[in-house]
Write a protein that binds this ligand. Structure first.
Ligand code: FEO
Ligand code: CA
Ligand code: CA
Ligand code: CA
Length: 752
């Protein structure tokens, strides 16, 4: 859950970056010559470069003696083969003619043989045994007919998906739809309500099988599993066992309880799933006198930078539900007498904010928080193209206004044998615990650099805002370290994804109401990589406050195509805009009515077709259309042109900003594919390896709900998917987040 920031609830997407980092970089040198990763036609890409879990041949038994990697499928789609879906405000899912969208797995659906059908009237409990809420990032893990890992299988699989949050009005504490009477918004929160809300969060692992041309999920599969904010997890990497991680739960700082606000995902090359912990900070309460209780030590600066100034209220008030540790852990005030925090939960928030590795195939494998990759509001994780004998990179965004883009480079070099290992989590230890963490700086000349966040960096050692002790301190407080090295403040980095043949990495920058021509306070001035600031009055809408209203998608080409490169070239693949907007200032990618969009967020490339799937989470264009999903066939960094934007300041003076815009899409290379129901967000996307089924998550339809109106279904903004015939409730149903599966009536490949 994470709406357009103009109307966001108070706990989401907060801005805490008060650093003085430049967001307009001086021209440092000539634009770097592009060294293309592509050596020629798409077919010239080596299979070694593209090797990896999803592309690797595998015996049906999923044993360790798998054959050599199969030839990499080459994205073959040059032209989108469907008719664009019009914008829509209907409370329904729209897909192109010739396609079918079927609801597969919705909030509350049972995940055990014993769990009952979801009544969807607020009386269902036991969410440990049911689908959680707010379906988000999702990955497809193939299974052979006899239930072994088989990445090539298009008939049987596990979906591993995030349940990010739960629907509630911004100022209310209760998740209205899961309580009969909408729940209790005053404190203390009843324990029974908290016990119901906590396991709405986390992940589901659910088995699906193809039959009769489409998929259904298996209620009683032995693979089915929930991971919640109470599931035991292991802290791994640089911060494991560090003083910053000690809590009453783990006095040695090596373990933590659960995962929270899981947003985007990433499929590792060895077949596990990385899940990103995003807006976790808002769940914690901190007393109004905690600065003094902490002796105003350096933890105060860190808490403030991560959104928890003293007196911060928690999103749900779970800390008020009782004396049990499972409630008290949500109160991060210093209460104990210990020097190290092992007698309270003052350090509990340091155990959240990571990419967390989950082995969907194994209920016994450890769930590990990969602390070396940094602590921030994680979205997805995109792996670099794999090259045997070279390190691998993981790209990451931190979603908050003015936060940064990061990269991890493994110390270990890629071994093809690791595409199908006996112990997947041990393989994660190999690539995700030891390496280097970098943050991006975007230069005005279209180049960029990766700056290492190392305790040995002189700027980090000398930082005045925070005294870093060691590398664990750097990764736990990555935002402060990135501030110290002058990283570029971005327009809310959401998902990132790697182009399957070029290896270029795409980042959605969803919007930024604080991007200005003449900023005040901690607002940001327009710069080359975040060049737009405008108000959206052009189509008869209210002008609102100027900023980057609609967002953009930026892409990066590493120097030499090397994952470990410390420099890159960038341009903007697409500027999101309404089609009617001024083409010289706003609609810079010349989007038509079949292509226009606002607030790109989810981003994912199909390996079967090479389609770039773009999903929106918007509040600026929702007067004309619900959130949507588009298919794009992008080119490459540098295929467009430099553009100079001109702004007039209040005193009449003119400022100009150069930016770099990718080649404008055509009617064949960018089209709207899907529009979701009212008040939803599209997020999470994966496919069968044959490309004939696409799985998509519809998050929080009708989320804008007040507990006071729970008894009046006519006031719900959405009744989906009940109104589409799924589950109980019919046309008056409480809305539910859900996974849908999209197939083509002729059985063909999606998008072709
Ligand atoms: Fe969960 Fe920033 O999206
Ligand atoms: Ca968003
Ligand atoms: Ca998102
Ligand atoms: Ca508008």
């Amino acid at each position: 859950m994470n709406k357009q920031d103009q109307n966001q609830p108070s706990w989401a997407d907060e801005e805490h970056n008060s650093s003085a980092n430049p967001d307009f970089q001086s021209v440092l040198g000539a634009r770097m010559a592009r060294r293309s990763l592509l050596r020629g036609a798409l077919g010239g890409v080596s299979s070694a470069m593209l090797g990896g879990f999803a592309l690797t041949a595998c015996g049906s038994g999923g044993d360790d003696n798998s054959p050599a990697p199969a030839p990499a499928p080459v994205p073959k789609l040059q032209k989108l083969g469907f008719s664009a879906v019009p914008k829509s405000t209907a409370d329904a899912v729209s897909v192109p003619a010739g396609y079918t969208a079927t609801v597969l797995f919705a909030l509350g659906d049972p995940l055990t043989a014993a769990a009952t059908a979801y009544k969807n009237d607020g009386s269902d409990g036991d969410f440990d045994n049911r689908a959680g809420d707010h379906h988000d990032g999702m990955e497809y893990l193939g299974l052979s007919a006899d239930g072994k890992p088989d990445p090539k299988s298009s008939d049987r699989a596990l979906l591993v998906m995030n349940h990010e949050a739960t629907s509630h009005a911004g100022s209310e504490r209760a998740s209205a739809f899961v309580h009969v009477n909408g729940g209790t918004n005053t404190l203390p929160r009843p324990a029974a309500e908290t016990d119901r809300e906590v396991p709405l969060h986390g992940l589901s692992v659910v088995e699906i099988r193809r039959g009769g041309g489409t998929f259904s999920y298996l209620k009683d599969s032995s693979f089915n599993r929930r991971i919640t904010p109470l599931t035991p997890v292991v802290l791994s990497g640089a911060a494991a066992g560090h003083a910053l991680m000690k809590t009453r739960y783990s006095s040695t700082g090596v373990a933590a309880r659960g995962t929270l606000n899981n947003c985007g995902t990433g499929l590792t090359p060895w077949g596990t799933v990385l899940t990103g912990e995003e807006n976790w900070s808002g769940y914690f309460f901190r007393s109004a006198t905690d600065d003094a209780a902490r002796g105003n030590d350096k933890s105060v600066a860190a808490l403030k930078r991560y959104g928890r100034s003293q007196g911060a209220a928690s999103r749900h008030g779970w800390e008020t539900s009782g004396a049990d540790d499972k409630y008290q852990r949500w109160d991060i005030s210093k209460k104990g007498a210990s020097a190290d925090g092992s007698d309270d939960y003052r350090n509990e928030m340091n155990t959240f904010g990571y990419l967390v590795e989950v082995d969907g195939y194994s209920k016994t494998a450890a769930v590990k928080k990969r602390t070396s990759l940094g602590r921030f509001a994680h979205e997805s994780a995109a792996f670099s193209a794999l090259v045997v004998g070279k390190p691998l990179a993981v790209y990451m965004g931190d979603d908050s206004r003015g936060e940064y883009i990061y990269k991890w480079v493994s110390e270990a070099v890629w071994s093809a044998a690791d595409a199908n290992p006996a112990d997947r989590i041990a393989t994660g230890d190999k690539y995700l615990d030891k390496g280097r963490l970098y943050v991006a700086k975007f230069n005005a000349d279209g180049s960029g650099e990766w700056i290492e966040l190392s305790i040995n960096n002189a700027l980090i050692k000398a930082a005045s805002a925070y005294a870093f002790a060691d590398q664990a301190d750097v990764v736990v407080n990555a935002r402060l370290a990135a501030d110290a090295v002058g990283a570029t403040k971005m327009d809310r980095p959401e998902w990132c994804a790697t182009h399957p043949t070029s290896g270029e990495v795409y980042f959605t920058l969803t919007n930024n109401s604080n991007r200005k021509v003449e900023p005040t306070g901690s607002q940001m001035v327009v710069d080359a990589a975040n060049p737009r600031s405008y108000s959206d009055s052009y189509a008869g809408g209210a002008a609102g406050s100027p900023g980057n209203v609609n967002g953009h998608i930026l892409r990066v080409a590493e120097t030499g195509g090397e994952a470990a490169a410390t420099s890159f070239k960038w341009d903007v693949y697409l500027f999101a805009a309404e089609a009617e907007a001024d083409a010289s200032k706003v609609n810079l990618s010349s989007l038509t009515a079949d292509q226009d969009m606002s607030s790109p967020d989810g981003l994912w490339f199909s390996k079967a077709t090479g389609i770039c799937w773009i999903q929106t989470d918007d509040g600026a264009y929702t007067d004309k259309t619900n959130c949507m999903m588009l298919a794009g066939i992008p080119g490459k960094v540098g295929d467009g042109a430099k553009k100079t934007l001109s702004y007039t300041r209040k005193d009449g003076s003119v400022m100009t900003v150069d930016t770099y815009i990718g080649k404008a899409p055509t009617a064949d290379t960018l089209k709207r594919f899907l529009v979701g129901p009212v008040d939803c967000e599209l997020t999470g996307c994966c496919e069968t390896p044959d490309g004939k089924a696409l799985f998509v998550n519809i998050q929080h339809p009708g989320e804008t709900i007040s507990s006071a109106t729970i008894g009046n279904p006519d006031k719900f903004l959405s009744h989906w998917p009940g109104n589409a015939g799924y589950g109980a409730g019919g046309a008056k149903a409480r809305p539910r987040s859900a996974t849908i599966v999209i197939t083509k009536s002729d059985g063909g490949v999606i998008g072709s």
